[in-house]
Design a protein around this ligand. Structure first.
Ligand SMILES: NC(=O)c1ccc[n+]([C@@H]2O[C@H](COP(=O)([O-])OP(=O)(O)OC[C@H]3O[C@@H](n4cnc5c(N)ncnc54)[C@H](O)[C@@H]3O)[C@@H](O)[C@H]2O)c1
Length: 362
């Protein structure tokens, strides 16, 4: 690839589980990115990561932001720091890729709305699971039209059954599945609702196994203006996982599992049209067929492999880096639009209010 444009010199702040992923995948994309700065309050982490990627280590965020070489600051610190860190980095003149959840509090939501207005084209929201191949394949199938009008969407992230005891299980640290996987599934649900504004939200959050006080089982129902409903379940606490995605349309359905390897489809043949029918008030015959039932219909059943056949976790990072470069250097719109990412924060705030049994950080 010849990008004919200089690589983006980037830095990462927060060199933990996801920060390390960003360091790796952005650095490996050598024609697009050049690593220059690495910041973590853990000085050993900063030094070791900087040595690995031949950049400069920082323990102080302000000094990191003052690095004159760094054009892009990737913020991968703890969730409660995201909005404030993005604000500081933008004020320092950097382009910012902000890890999800982009905001955890109502105050964060206000800050982010202002940043989006004041720093047009500088703030990017890193909701990387938008780029899951299975999700993108499902979107493409819906757009083919074979399912007809979609009226019901179920997205389920069932992690392995586990008791979590890190900071992500504590509300005072910004933890809980609403913040951990909520942004990914809310983002995917909004895409599947196809831009129809969400009018109603119902939710129920629980702590089942987590060692801390945060939610580890979340159910959220969104009803869009179109009438379509998206149901989300995220859990660390189910012993038998459900499929990841089930979508019902007026002409068919699709589903794929937590492994996201293949999509099962069952839909009516494209040429099939229901004939005229009126509903009767009479009693149906006892021994005859009294409905236009499933067995008489021209079904097409398929199992499509998810393409590309890749490691999903790596791929979402590779795609995040590629799309971000295209946005910054080529002006191609970044797929995760800020109003969509802000809508996720708005919905999260509604869910928090509906679940006042939790001691949310204000
Ligand atoms: N998009 C994704 O797929 C994805 C995956 C995992 C985590 N995340 C999000 O990324 C964030 C980080 O999660 P994680 O699992 O990597 O956490 P982590 O605890 O593994 O890493 C956080 C790192 O930030 C450092 N840090 C904390 N405060 C800092 C500060 N003020 N300045 C500099 N460094 C600081 C810590 O020392 C640690 O190294 C969370 O908000 C999480 O929700 C996103």
């Amino acid at each position: 690839m010849n990008t004919a444009t200089p690589p983006i010199k980037f830095g990462v702040c927060g060199l933990g589980r996801i920060g390390a992923q960003h360091c790796q995948f952005f650095s490996e994309d050598r024609e697009r990115y050049q690593p220059v700065a690495f910041c973590d309050v853990d000085a050993d982490r900063a030094r070791e990561t900087a040595a690995k990627y031949h950049g400069r280590p920082y323990v102080d965020f302000a000094e990191f932001l003052a690095d004159p070489d760094m054009e892009l600051a990737i913020i991968a610190t703890r969730s409660l720091d995201h909005a404030r860190h993005a604000e500081q980095a933008l004020a320092a003149g950097k382009i910012v890729l902000l890890e999800k959840p982009i905001g955890v509090t109502e105050k964060d939501y206000d800050i982010l709305q202002r940043l989006d207005r004041e720093y047009a084209g500088k703030l990017y929201c890193g909701q990387n699971h938008r780029f899951e191949p299975a999700f993108q394949n499902a979107l493409a199938i819906i757009r083919e039209g074979v399912l007809g009008r979609v009226y019901s969407i179920k997205l389920t992230k069932h992690h392995i059954f586990m008791r979590r005891s890190d900071w992500q299980s504590r509300l005072d640290c910004g933890g809980g599945q609403l913040s951990v996987w909520g942004p990914h599934l809310l983002d995917q649900a909004l895409q599947l609702l196809d831009g129809s504004p969400v009018r109603d939200v119902w939710s129920c959050l629980r702590r089942v196994l987590a060692a801390g006080d945060a939610d580890d089982h979340a159910r959220i129902l969104l009803k869009a203006e179109s009438g379509a409903v998206a149901e989300i379940e995220i859990s660390n606490s189910v012993a038998l996982p459900s499929p990841y995605c089930v979508i019902y349309g007026e002409r068919g359905a699709l589903m794929y599992g937590q492994d996201q390897k293949e999509i099962r489809l069952r839909h009516l043949a494209p040429g099939f049209q229901w004939g005229e029918a009126t509903a009767s008030t009479g009693t149906p015959p006892a021994a005859e067929v009294w409905h236009e039932g499933a067995d008489k219909l021209p079904w097409i059943e398929e199992t499509r492999p998810v393409t590309p056949d890749v490691n999903m976790w790596d791929y979402v990072e590779i795609e995040l880096a590629r799309h971000l470069f295209d946005a910054i250097r080529k002006g191609i719109p970044f797929p995760v639009k800020n109003p969509d990412a802000l809508e996720v924060v708005r919905l999260t705030e509604i869910v928090k209010k509906q679940n006042a049994q939790f001691n949310w950080v204000e």
